[in-house]
Design a protein around this ligand. Structure first.
Ligand SMILES: Cc1ncc(COP(=O)(O)O)c(C=O)c1O
Length: 295
């Protein structure tokens, strides 16, 4: 488990432990890739890229261990489309279809699983005007600031090369409270669709996302994960635009997770302890130095 999430989200860890798991903060001294990183920076907060390297290394070394990636790879997006297919059916039942589809985006599986069944209609021309918006943190601006290159999915370079927008596989994101969105790359299908302009991307700041999460909690009655709050920010902005333009539009949003185990993030927000952070362009340039040159 990425070290910063291990510390920020103790209840997620405890749940896994209840069901018999042993959780180790990554980077860990248990793998060669973890050790290398700890030698250079003992306080490294970790990243999804580093955790993937450690997991793949562990799976390669043990015959009884298998590794399954939770996002990014295209086949994961495809089986997640059950979310979008169900959403489409539910809307059909009430005779509606979205004008705007919004989801937050880390590696791409929840967003694409939700949006692909609708994007199909945009590609076929049946719903040419459909707007599809992927929302990422300004602290990890993969789609909005990363170049479109071949790169590794993990920090040690153990995965196959993927064609994607990337901030560089050794990018270590700042520890903002949306752990699931702090990934350097993006699923190739999402990148292709973004490159062809079937998808728009927006980068939003941490404080405005929590503000949106609070508005949603007060109006809808439940608390969403900080990742989901990114999508909610854009939903609220789009709804305000509708009001200003005097137009009624159906906005469909994927609530990717509840925030029951993220209360410490809300506590920090309410206590005024959180800050906005935009990832500096120079850091992106530096991280891109190690991205392989591919003809
Ligand atoms: C609640 C929540 N939403 C969204 C995401 C983003 O993931 P992805 O873009 O890979 O679907 C995560 C990832 O951990 C998450 O925990």
């Amino acid at each position: 488990m990425v070290k910063v999430s291990y510390n920020q989200k103790p209840y997620r860890r405890i749940m896994m432990e209840v069901w018999g798991a042993k959780c180790v903060p990554s980077p860990s001294p248990d793998t060669e890739s973890g050790k290398k990183i700890l030698e250079k920076d003992p306080d490294c907060p970790g990243s999804l890229g580093i955790a993937i390297s450690e997991a793949v290394e562990d799976a390669v070394k043990h015959n009884d261990t298998h590794y399954s990636l939770g996002s990014v790879l295209n086949h994961v997006l495809l089986h997640q489309t059950i979310i979008g297919l169900e959403a489409k059916k539910a809307l059909e039942k009430i005779g509606d279809y979205p004008d705007i589809v919004v989801g937050c985006i880390g590696g791409g599986s929840n967003f694409a699983g939700f949006a692909l069944p609708f994007i199909k209609d945009k590609i076929s021309g049946e719903r040419k005007n459909l707007k599809v918006i992927a929302v990422e943190p300004a602290s990890c601006p993969t789609l909005t600031k990363g170049p479109y290159r071949y790169d590794f999915g993990d920090s040690a370079g153990l995965t196959p090369l993927l064609k994607m927008y990337t901030l560089g596989h050794d990018f270590v994101p700042p520890p903002v409270h949306a752990g699931g969105l702090r990934y350097h790359g993006m699923a190739p299908i999402v990148c292709h669709l973004y490159n062809l302009k079937y998808i728009e991307a927006r980068a939003v700041h941490q404080l405005e996302t929590f503000e949106a999460g609070l508005t949603f909690a007060k109006t809808e009655g439940f608390i969403c994960a900080p990742e989901t709050d990114h999508a909610l920010r854009v939903v609220i902005d789009e709804a305000i635009k509708c009001r200003e333009e005097g137009k009624a539009r159906t906005i469909l949003v994927n609530v990717s997770g509840h925030g029951h185990f993220d209360k410490s993030a809300y506590e920090a927000y309410l206590a005024g302890k959180l800050k906005d952070y935009a990832y500096p362009q120079e850091e992106i340039k530096k991280a891109l130095k190690n991205v392989p040159e591919v003809e």
